[in-house]
Design a protein around this ligand. Structure first.
Ligand code: SAM
Length: 342
């Protein structure tokens, strides 16, 4: 299997797989690692593993390696493999044809585009209808997907898979009114969670300033209580759906009997402190129905933290991700087990 992650975090993805799952990493590069294939049917064996990974972004299942010096040599091998593995498969709708590789290799992007265009030209000559339905986008949902996934590890070496697992992290589009880069994280969290705030819902945003997360919820029509001593800015400042409360996040509670639909929490604080004194009590008291909580791991061992979080994962519906827009932090998303009385 070949797994991708944020560039610079491949050592942590490798540690997650070896220390927490007992797997063997055979090779890595910027933003990717390769795992030794287990004996038996890899898709079935990896099925329970894949949804639990925090650092992985996209996993290529049983990829085949091709090498070639020229654009044509690579494209011909990839189209040959694609046509061979297509036998018996009917393609009636748009299918993902995803071509990528480490941005760190200068000029690799041009190489990838050239091989991709040549592949599509070759495919048009054989199966014009299938070529027309190719889409460069990954589906906006988490889970297994079939298509063509071509990952370049350098100019003359690629890994090609027909099946992949989408973990969810992806680059999001910015909004000029968003007051912080942090806005992109919560937008991405909605994709991994599979839902987002909507009109009429309520959101409590702890550690809200300058207001990227609050703005993201308010622009969807949700009412937001933004808790922070700092000032709100940009699109969050004076937004009619955002109420700014200059209070301490650790002492803030919803009015009796009125839980929030959403808890957002993005405090630059010790992750254990946030987990024990915000996430756990909010869930235990039924103060929110779903949550997006960011835990910073800059000062703790991320794999140790992951091990602790995983122990709590089963009973809270908690999912842990290192998002495309995350730095040294995990984004935790989930739904509260069942709203209860305070
Ligand atoms: N999510 C925000 C956004 O999208 O713009 C960025 C949040 S920023 C990383 C962290 C914020 O937490 C800071 O504005 C800081 O003032 C606030 N903060 C830290 N400790 C706090 C506390 N105990 N109570 C309330 N806010 C706190």
């Amino acid at each position: 299997m070949l797994l991708t992650c944020q560039a610079g975090f491949e050592a942590l993805l490798a540690r997650e797989l070896t220390e927490l799952h007992g797997r063997t990493v055979t090779e890595n590069g910027p933003g990717w690692i390769r795992l030794a294939e287990p004996a038996g049917a890899p898709t079935a064996i990896d099925a329970p593993l894949l949804p639990s990974l925090a650092f992985a972004h996209l996993s290529l299942v049983s990829p085949v390696e091709f090498r070639g010096e020229s654009v044509n040599a690579l494209a011909s091998q990839i189209s040959g493999h694609f046509l061979e593995t297509l036998r018996g498969e009917r393609i009636e709708a748009a299918w993902p044809s995803v071509w990528f590789g480490p941005h760190e290799l200068v000029g690799l992007g041009r190489r990838i585009s050239a091989v991709e265009s040549t592949f599509i030209e070759q495919l048009k000559k054989r199966l014009a209808r299938v070529a027309k339905l190719a889409s460069p986008d990954l589906p906006r949902r988490v889970g297994p997907v079939r298509g063509l996934f071509v990952h370049f590890v350098d100019f003359g070496r690629v890994f090609v898979a027909r099946a992949a697992y989408v973990h969810g992290p992806r680059r999001m589009a910015d909004d000029p009114l968003a007051p912080s880069r942090s806005y992109l994280k919560v937008e991405e969290a909605y994709v991994v969670l599979g839902r987002e705030p909507t009109t009429g819902e309520s959101v409590c945003d702890l550690g809200a300033a300058p207001g990227g997360w609050s703005y993201s919820a308010a622009k969807r029509g949700a009412r937001v209580v933004a808790v922070d001593n700092g000032p709100l800015k940009g699109g969050a400042l004076d937004h009619p759906l955002i109420e700014h409360r200059r209070e301490d996040a650790f002492h803030f509670a919803p009015p009796a009997g009125q839980p929030f639909d959403w808890l957002f929490c993005d405090l630059v604080e010790d992750p254990h402190h946030v987990r024990q004194n915000i996430l756990q009590p909010w869930l235990a008291r039924g103060w929110c129905r779903q949550f997006v909580v960011n835990l910073k791991f800059g000062r703790v061992d991320p794999i140790g933290l992951l091990r602790e979080l995983r122990a709590a994962q089963a009973d809270t519906g908690l999912r842990i991700h290192h998002l495309y827009h995350d730095r040294e932090e995990f984004t935790l998303v989930g739904q509260a087990p069942a709203p209860g009385p305070r």
